[in-house]
Every structure is written in C-alpha cells, then in structure tokens.
Design a protein around this ligand. Structure first.
Ligand code: AHM
Ligand code: MG
Length: 331
C-alpha cells in the first residue's frame, strides 16, 4: 500500500523550499491549515447550523456579508493572531488592515492578505467556495506595529500563496515559489494528504470560463476571443467548452487541472474588473505561473502591477499558456 504523506511531513521534508526558512513560514502555513479545518467543518454543515443567510452588514465594497464570511474571517484572524508569526492581516471583509498589537505578533516577520470565503454568494446553493491567501515578508521594522506599506507590495514579492477549496472534497493547494502542490483533506484522520504533487497546468486546454452575461460591456478583443472559442475548428478542437461556476477558486482549480482559461475582464461598468489584486489575483497568479501558466491583466503581468490599495481591482486573465497568448493576440 502506498504510504500517505501528510502536509506536515511534506513541509518538514521540503523545509528548504521555504524562503528565509527558519520555521516561521511553516508555522504560519500550519495556522492556515488549522483555521481552514474549522471553516471546513462549518461549511460542511452550513445547511444544518443556523448560520446560513446574510447578515445585515455590508463590507467596504457594498456587498452584503454572509454569516459564514464573517465566521471564516474571524477564525482566520484568530489563528494568525494566536500563531504569532504574522504581524498583521488584510482581508476582503475588513475595510482596513489589522495590525496585531501584542509583543509576540509585533516580532512576526510576515503579513497575510486573504479572502476568507471567496464565492460566498454560492454558499446558499451548496456550490464550491474557497479561501485564498497570500503571504509577504513585512517591510516595517520587527517589533513595531505593521503598516499599510507592508501589504502594498507587488505580487512578485509574495513568499507563499495558496487556496483551500471546499468542494466535493476539501483541498489545499499552495506554492512557495518552488512549484505547486495539492493536498486533500482526509476527514477520517483530519489531515491534509499529498494528492496532487507538482501540479502543472496543461499548455493548451478546451475550457473557457467567463461570465458571458457581461460580454456586451467588454472590449472588442475579449468579444473576438469568445467568438473564437465558439468557432468550429476540428484541428484546434474548437468549439471549447464553457464552464463558469462563479467561484474563482473552483473555476481556477478545475482549469489548473484540466487546462483552460479564466477571464474576468474590465467592462464599461467596472473599469478595473471585479477581482481584487491583493488577496484574489496575486495569489492565483503566483500559483498559475508556478504551475506553468500565464496570469495577466491583458496589459501586463498581474504580479508586476503596482499595488496602490488593499481592495484594488484588476482585470484578470489566467490559464493555459497557449490560450492566454491567443487572447492577448486579440487585445
Ligand atoms: P466575492 O469575493 O465577493 O465572493 O467575489 C468574487 C467572486 C469570484 O469567486 C468569482 O470569480 C466572481 O466573484 C464571480 O463574479 P460574477 O458573479 O460577476 O461572475
Ligand atoms: Mg472574493
């Protein structure tokens, strides 16, 4: 029988993969794992516990927060605060970043930006959702309170990034810049186990993922590409399949495994698109590039976009190299 490798064993084996490795980053990842297991437990019983449905609060972007969003946010923040390896966090659910004001956390070398429950409008209908995280080394001095500048770094500065998908099974996928590895939660032992070593996105694919309801508001290059996806051409295996869950983590996870392109472009209604650079696009771009794919705004590499605000949005195109390059040729 093949020996199962747990995430903890994997991290110990690959300690040298962690930039500036002295164990803190591994412990930080472990904090994420703990919080994700708690969130997973709640997500799994969302229909049972009286936790479904919207709160009356709106977050900074005017979206109604779901109770599970708040629950997930609280648990991830608590894990980071108690862990002591992060000096501050920024999340989709908080207008401003939160700097931890205790002596241990102030010595933390890292800041974490995260979306606690992405795709949360899908919670009520039992569709896959996810957590996305991005880790940076702080810029401010150790021992002081973290500052906003600690977060406003380019995606190229990320030291680790990943996502957890709460799907038909729960998986953690992450990178520290040495490839991408995926772990599936075995509920019987409560451990993430290595199930998808060294993930690579196929160079080509047959899936395009976009909210085509917005197509009328997109620039011509995007419209041309979507027309191209639907054209019949046996040699290039078109028409492609349209697959759009509306949960970024699930759409990207599928395309990462099967090959495909994910597009959330700028529209005349949303000039910068919808997705957030800091805690949605940069971490997914890091994973995509580490898996051999491409991540661009259409104009430049996502990870080279200057970071100007915690909730900054950017047009997002991610996926198989040949598909993204084809789209870029039309812009
Ligand atoms: P959220 O962070 O508020 O959940 O929004 C992000 C989600 C992504 O998961 C998904 O790709 C996108 O919004 C879907 O948006 P739309 O409904 O406009 O297609
Ligand atoms: Mg989100």
């Amino acid at each position: 029988m093949a020996r199962i490798k747990t995430l903890n064993e994997f991290i110990l084996d690959r300690q040298d993969d962690f930039p500036f490795a002295t164990g803190e980053l591994s412990r930080l990842l472990n904090d994420i794992v703990i919080a994700s297991k708690i969130v997973n437990r709640e997500v799994n019983k969302a229909g049972l516990a009286n936790i479904l449905g919207a709160t009356t609060n709106e977050n900074i972007q005017g979206e109604t927060q779901q109770k599970l969003d708040v629950y997930a946010d609280d648990h991830f923040i608590a894990a980071f605060k108690n862990g002591g390896e992060a000096c501050a966090i920024a999340s989709e659910e908080n207008d401003d970043f939160v700097a931890f004001d205790n002596e241990r956390s102030k010595q933390g070398k890292y800041v974490v930006a995260f979306d606690p429950l992405d795709g949360s409008s899908n919670i009520d209908v039992n569709v896959s959702i996810g957590t996305i995280f991005s880790i940076y080394r702080r810029k401010s001095d150790l021992g002081t309170l973290a500052t906003k500048e600690d977060f406003l770094q380019k995606g190229t500065e990320q030291v680790a990034a990943g996502y957890i998908i709460y799907g038909s099974s729960t998986m953690l996928v992450y990178t520290t810049g040495k490839g991408v590895n995926g772990f599936t939660l075995d509920p019987s032992i409560g451990e993430f186990c290595l199930s998808h070593p060294d993930m690579k996105i196929p160079v080509d694919g047959k899936i395009y993922s976009m909210n085509e309801g917005n197509l009328a508001f997109c620039e011509d290059g995007i419209k041309d590409y979507i027309t191209y996806c639907k054209e019949v051409d046996k040699e290039s295996k078109r028409p492609y399949s349209a697959r759009y869950i509306g949960s970024m983590v699930a759409d990207i996870h599928r395309n990462l495994i099967k090959g495909g392109i994910f597009i959330y472009p700028a529209t005349s209604k949303a000039k910068e698109g919808k997705l957030r650079l800091l805690y949605e696009c940069n971490p997914m771009a890091f994973i995509m590039e580490q898996a051999g794919g491409v991540a661009t705004t259409g104009k430049k590499r996502i990870m080279e976009v200057d970071s100007t605000g915690l909730h900054q949005r950017v047009p997002t195109i991610l996926g198989s190299k040949n598909m993204v390059n084809k789209l870029l040729s039309k812009l």
